[in-house]
Ligand binder design. Structure first.
Ligand code: SAJ
Length: 415
């Protein structure tokens, strides 16, 4: 049975693009969010997040009447939950947003509905979601008790898109479809087939949850290797960028890039879900997290040494986002380093972030100034490259040769 109305719960970096892409396939989509501002913005055909081409797709879907946003859930055939799953004190997963989503959709659930959890989740979260729904709707049957005969189908289909390439990857990536039963997987596959060109591969919900955590942990461990190498190389006076370029010429070696630390709301968070579930066994995964979390401190020490060379250090931090060419400051090591430098009174701190218009309060309250790149180049005696944004990549030797440079991204290793 085809889907004529789908509801997406959570209209953030994943939910909004997903809602817009499904709407662009001619399906009526109702997005639900707790933020009145986000709901109003979307209903005007505008977007509240920066992602290439998203504004166009949302505007088209809203103008055609296929996409609208609301604060309160309404009836639909499928509900896709794309809410944050941060960690709380002690690095334990916080499932409270999934629980509130269950509370939001439970009153409008009807026999035959499909509920999909897209949020990255610890193993067992989909079963927990189904248990919460069962508690709230004892009149309906769910897969954990009714199996293939359940009134409501429940599946985990983890999002896997890369910020900056979301619209492309939403359609082209393969999807893992982890149904609580075979029927759940089949029904969820039908939905994803309406907009995914990649393969839809079915499994159970626990394996799907672990697959997503594994993908991000794999990347975290490999970035930790690169970050550890960069510190070893500094000690041994070897250029890590030249080193990795050389080693990567081996056909079976592919070292990732060192950086100022790992940011974002995924790779810096998800491995902890594995550590929390298996604390004694997840040794490499935990150590990788610690290495990546420790890298900002190492960068701060380097900047302090650079600043010590000047009577009045003026430090320009190039980039605040967690990676290149996006505006997302969540869990950003660049932002954290800039903030700590300001708090430590290392010198006057300028921040250059071409993708934002105003500084977060925590930076402005520490007297950090948001400046243009050209102003920063004029004023600063220390440059700290924290993000490899396009305008920074375009800098030349002439732009930087009078400065002391701390280059965490290897932008100037080519000079
Ligand atoms: N980073 C490095 N060195 C590298 C690569 C990345 O230091 O060689 C840093 C980045 O600067 C950034 C962080 O790692 O601070 C994470 O960036 P990323 O581009 O590796 O990943 P995310 O967080 O933007 O997106 C990841 C993706 N997962 C994988 O590539 C396995 C994406 O596909 C997921 O959908 C996303 O997490 C998610 O939502 O979980």
């Amino acid at each position: 049975m085809a889907f004529s109305k789908v509801s997406v719960i959570g209209l953030g970096y994943i939910g909004l693009p997903t809602a817009a892409v499904i709407a662009s396939r001619g399906i009526e989509v109702v997005g639900v969010d707790v933020s009145e501002k986000a709901v109003n913005t979307i209903n005007q055909g505008k977007v509240h997040i920066v992602e290439p081409d998203l504004d166009m797709v949302v505007q088209a879907a809203v103008t055609l009447g296929k996409l609208r946003a609301t604060l309160k859930a309404e009836k639909a055939e499928a509900f896709m939950i794309a809410v944050p799953t941060p960690f709380k004190e002690g690095k334990q997963p916080d499932l409270s947003f999934i629980k509130s989503s269950a509370e939001a959709i439970a009153p409008v659930l009807e026999k035959g509905n499909l509920v999909i959890l897209e949020s990255t989740s610890p193993v067992g979260a989909t079963e927990q979601l189904a248990a919460w729904l069962q508690e709230l709707r004892p009149d309906l049957s769910f897969p954990q008790s009714a199996g293939e005969d359940a009134d409501i189908q429940v599946a985990h289909c983890p999002e896997r898109v890369l910020p900056g390439r979301v619209l492309e990857e939403l359609v082209s990536n393969d999807r893992i479809i982890g149904g609580m039963t075979t029927k759940c997987s089949e029904r969820a596959t039908e939905l994803y087939k309406t907009f995914v060109r990649g393969d839809c591969i079915t499994t159970n919900s626990r394996t799907a949850e672990m697959a997503k955590l594994t993908e991000n942990s794999f990347r975290d461990v490999n970035i930790a290797f690169a970050n550890e190498l960069s510190i070893i190389c500094d000690k041994l006076k070897v250029n890590v960028w030249e080193l990795t370029a050389l080693a990567n010429r081996h056909p079976r070696v592919n070292i990732l890039s060192p950086g100022p630390g790992v940011g974002g709301h995924c790779i810096a968070v998800d491995p902890w879900f594995i550590v929390d579930s298996a604390p004694d066994e997840a040794r490499i995964i935990r150590t990788a997290r610690e290495i990546n979390d420790g890298k900002p401190l190492y960068v701060i020490e380097q900047v302090k040494k650079a600043a010590d060379q000047f009577k009045r250090p003026v430090i320009a931090c190039l980039g605040l986002a967690f990676k290149a060419d996006i505006d997302d400051l969540r869990e950003s090591p660049a932002l954290d380093i800039t903030l700590q430098l300001a708090k430590l009174n290392v010198g006057k701190i300028l921040a250059v972030e071409p993708n934002i218009k105003t500084l977060p309060d925590k930076l402005s309250s520490q007297n950090v100034e948001l400046t243009s790149l050209s102003d920063a180049l004029e004023q600063a005696n220390v440059l700290v490259v924290l993000v490899d944004h396009k305008p920074f990549k375009a800098l030349t030797v002439a732009d930087i040769n009078t400065k002391v440079v701390v280059d965490t991204r290897g932008l100037f290793s080519r000079f």
